[in-house]
Design a protein around this ligand. Structure first.
Ligand SMILES: Cc1cc2nc3c(=O)[nH]c(=O)nc-3n(C[C@H](O)[C@H](O)[C@H](O)COP(=O)(O)O)c2cc1C
Length: 340
C-alpha cells in the first residue's frame, strides 16, 4: 500500500489513504446547524490533504439530542451541502456519521428520559433509560434512514452508522445493554437486526453506490459486553450484510484515565472475500505527528492512516491493512473489564 495512492471504499475512489476519523467539534449551532466555524475546521483538514473526512456524531432525532450537529430535518440540508461542496473542491471524500444518543442522553438536557434497548443500570448509561417499544424502534430506524437520504441530498458520498461507544445502535448490539426478548435481542443476529434494517433500508432507498460504513466498539470493558471474539463475529456478519467498510473502535463509556485510549482503530474496506478475522496488528503510535500511519504505510501495511486533531490535541493512528484482523486484544492500553 502506498499512502498517497488512490483507494476504493465501496463505489467511492479516494485520492489517498489518509482519513479523518469522526470527532465532536462542539462547533455546531444551538439546534445542530452547520456553522462557519465547522466549515473552517473541516476545510482546514481537507486543505491539509486527507482523502476522506468522516464528519462527527450527527443526531437523527431532535428529542434525545445533546450538543451534536443535526440531520433530523430537511432544514439542515443546505448547511451541510455548503460544507460538502467545499470539501469536495479539494477532492476529499465526505461521509456523514449518523447517530443517536440513546441511553447516553441526559434528561436534564433533553427534558425527557433517555431511551435504550433495555432499562438496565449500567456504567454505559449515566441514567437508567426507558426501554424502547417495537413501534419506537421502527420509528428510529425510519429517522436514521431519513437522515441518510438527507445526507445524499446534501451531496455526501455516504454515511457511517455509528454503532460504537455505547450510543443507541451500539447498545442494541451489546449483550450487556440489550436484554430484550423480542426479535431485537438475544442472538447476535437479533442484536444486529437494528443496524441491519437501517442498512437494508438505506440501500433500498439510495442504491449501492451510496457508501455505507459501520463503526462499532470491538471491546467494551464491561462484564457481559462485546469482547474481541464477538467483535470478529459482528464484523463478519455486517460485512456479509453488505456494508462498504468497517470502522473498528473500542469502549462504550468513558474511563477515568481516558475517554478514547490509543488502541488500534481500524478503517477496513469490505470486499466480497470476507476478510474479517485472521491475524495481524497495527497499533496507533499516539505520537501526534502522523508518523505511525506513515511508517506503517511505508512497510506496505495499512489501508488508512487516520489523524485526529482537536481540543484534546492531535493524535495519529494506522488503520487496518487488508487481510488483517480485529486483533484488538494485542493493542496497548486496553483496560480491565469493569465489574457491575
Ligand atoms: C474529542 C473526541 C471526540 C470524538 N468524537 C467522536 C464522534 O463524534 N464519533 C465517533 O465515532 N468517534 C468519536 N471519537 C473517537 C474517534 O473517532 C476515534 O475512534 C478514537 O479517538 C480512537 O482513535 P485514536 O486512538 O486515533 O484517537 C472522538 C474522539 C475524541 C478524542
Amino acid at each position: 500500500m502506498k499512502l498517497f495512492e488512490p483507494i476504493k471504499l465501496g463505489s467511492l475512489t479516494l485520492k489517498n489513504h489518509l482519513a479523518l476519523a469522526p470527532m465532536d467539534t462542539e462547533l455546531s449551532g444551538l439546534h445542530g446547524e452547520v456553522t462557519r466555524d465547522i466549515i473552517i475546521y473541516y476545510t482546514a483538514r481537507a486543505a491539509g490533504g486527507v482523502g476522506l473526512i468522516i464528519t462527527e456524531f450527527t443526531a437523527v432525532d431532535e428529542i434525545h439530542r445533546l450538543t451534536s450537529p443535526s440531520m433530523y430535518s430537511d432544514r439542515f440540508i443546505a448547511g451541510w451541502s455548503t460544507l460538502v461542496e467545499k470539501l469536495h473542491s479539494f477532492g476529499t471524500g465526505v461521509i456523514l456519521q449518523i447517530a443517536h444518543h440513546g441511553g447516553r442522553a441526559l434528561e436534564r438536557i433533553t427534558g425527557t428520559k433517555p431511551v435504550a434497548p433495555s432499562a438496565v443500570a449500567s456504567p454505559i448509561y449515566p441514567e437508567v433509560p426507558r426501554e424502547l417499544t417495537r413501534d419506537e424502534i421502527k420509528d428510529l430506524i425510519a429517522k436514521l434512514v431519513r437522515a441518510a437520504e438527507r445526507a445524499k441530498a446534501a451531496g455526501f458520498d455516504g454515511v457511517e452508522i455509528h454503532a460504537g461507544h455505547g450510543y443507541l445502535i451500539g447498545e442494541f448490539i451489546s449483550p450487556h445493554t440489550n436484554r430484550r426478548t423480542d426479535e431485537y435481542g438475544g442472538s447476535l443476529e437479533n442484536r444486529l437486526r437494528f443496524p441491519v434494517e437501517i442498512l437494508k433500508r438505506i440501500r433500498e432507498s439510495l442504491g449501492s453506490d451510496f457508501v455505507v460504513g459501520f463503526k462499532f466498539s470491538a471491546y467494551e470493558a464491561v462484564e457481559g459486553g462485546i469482547d474481541v471474539q464477538q467483535a470478529v463475529d459482528i464484523a463478519r456478519y455486517m460485512e456479509a450484510q453488505g456494508v462498504d467498510y468497517l470502522h473498528v473502535s473500542v469502549l462504550s463509556f468513558p474511563l477515568p484515565e481516558r475517554r478514547f485510549p490509543s488502541v488500534p482503530l481500524n478503517l477496513y474496506p469490505c470486499t466480497s472475500s470476507g476478510r474479517a478475522g485472521g491475524g495481524g496488528q497495527e497499533a496507533c503510535d499516539g505520537a501526534g505527528d502522523g508518523g505511525g500511519g506513515y511508517r506503517h504505510s511505508r512497510r506496505g501495511g495499512a489501508d488508512f492512516a487516520g489523524r485526529i486533531g482537536g481540543y484534546r490535541g492531535v493524535r495519529s493512528c494506522a488503520y487496518r491493512r487488508p487481510g488483517a484482523s480485529l486483533a484488538v486484544e494485542a493493542g496497548r492500553d486496553i483496560p480491565a473489564v469493569h465489574k457491575v
